[in-house]
Ligand binder design. Structure first.
Ligand code: ADP
Ligand code: ADP
Length: 232
């Protein structure tokens, strides 16, 4: 489903060059929940942003299905990006829009019809359990509810992949568990491939099938969670 080959990303600011990713190779299977764990500065955000080309790799390739994302032009990339949902640590909701309108936002960008938008938003509200909160604004919601809106917005365009960037790091342990259960439920229900980056071992152990440990821009180890972390 996602194949990353020899991915390198360097940032240059003035005369200073930072190598954030130094030859990443990863294979993520369809329908997997794949965790990427590492300390701050390890390269996690850069890696996830290279998967949907929010950052252009310096070299290497990122295949999603049979498309090499690194080789797409702007308009093709925009089309492909709709197939990749993303959720964030700080939710990134539009504060002046209701829950309904936040979820409708990516559908409006796609110029979906009003009927289609309404059908889809209602299905997403139901999926994340927020039907009763459609008319509220983000400020009226708890952190967990805000992330549910983030998930609903990310899934509204029927992506094949959901990228989660420290999606539970701003939440308390109980809320974290409820969001992780929701992600697991969505993975099972929709067969969606989920890639999540985190610095929390607990997140990896509770829902991931496989894990890669990233350190200094390279993958130190990868495999089934049970092999990587639960070895005697
Ligand atoms: P993590 O998400 O694991 O904390 P990042 O991917 O954010 O790691 O960062 C990896 C390295 O790349 C760090 O050394 C960081 O300082 C550097 N870096 C990240 N983004 C930029 C940027 N836009 N410009 C320059 N350096 C960056
Ligand atoms: P900003 O310039 O502060 O990001 P925007 O109006 O562009 O303001 O976006 C507001 C919020 O909506 C941001 O947090 C952003 O992450 C989110 N957003 C913007 N564009 C999209 C999109 N195409 N799909 C989903 N969320 C988006």
């Amino acid at each position: 489903m996602i194949t990353i080959k020899n991915l390198v990303k360097t940032y240059t600011t003035g005369s200073k060059t930072t190598t954030a990713l130094n030859g990443i190779n990863l294979e993520i299977g369809e329908g997997e929940i794949f965790g990427i764990i590492g300390h701050s500065g390890a390269g996690k955000s850069t890696l996830i942003r290279c998967i949907n080309m929010l950052e252009r790799p310096t070299s290497g390739s990122v295949w999603i299905g049979d498309t090499d994302m690194a080789r797409l032009g702007k308009s093709q990339l925009q089309r492909q990006r709709r197939r990749i949902g993303m959720i964030f640590q700080h939710f990134n909701l539009l504060s002046s829009a209701t829950v309904y309108d936040n979820i409708a936002f990516p559908l409006r960008l796609e110029r979906a019809s009003r009927a289609e938008i309404d059908r889809k938003v209602k299905a997403m509200l139901e999926l994340v359990g927020l039907t009763e909160h459609a008319r509220k604004y983000p400020a009226q919601l708890s952190g967990g509810q805000k992330q549910r809106v983030g998930i609903a917005r990310a899934l509204a365009t029927d992506p094949r992949v959901l990228l989660c960037d420290e999606a539970t790091s701003a939440l308390d342990p109980q809320t974290t568990d409820s969001i992780l259960r929701l992600l697991l439920d969505i993975n099972r229900k929709l067969g969606l491939t989920i890639v999540l980056i985190t610095h929390e071992m607990h997140v990896i152990q509770s829902i991931c099938d496989k894990v890669a440990v990233i350190h200094g821009g390279i993958i130190a180890e990868q495999g089934p969670v049970i092999d990587v972390f639960l070895k005697p």
